[in-house]
Write a protein that binds this ligand. Sequence first.
Ligand SMILES: [Zn+2]
Length: 89
Amino acid sequence: MMKWLLLAVVVVAVLWWLGRGRRGTGAASPSSDAAGPAQKPAAKTAAPEPMVDCAHCGMLLPQADALSGPVADEHYCSEPHRRAGPRKT
Ligand SMILES: [Zn+2]
């Protein structure tokens, strides 16, 4: 008898834990949606930083951190790569 009681407690705890983990995705409970329209705030980041790839090694890096090469639209991740120049395969 005590075993069943313990099992019931465990089952209830697991169900509560699962329900807590994925709150809002339950399609079977529309009342939870009415309680609070969980509008996901749009990712309020600043203007998306343009990414460029190093002309030598191809590594992606933010344009602000890139070193510009002698040719327009050429970017490098580091000074040694800028000196080495573009590597075309
Ligand atoms: Zn590089």
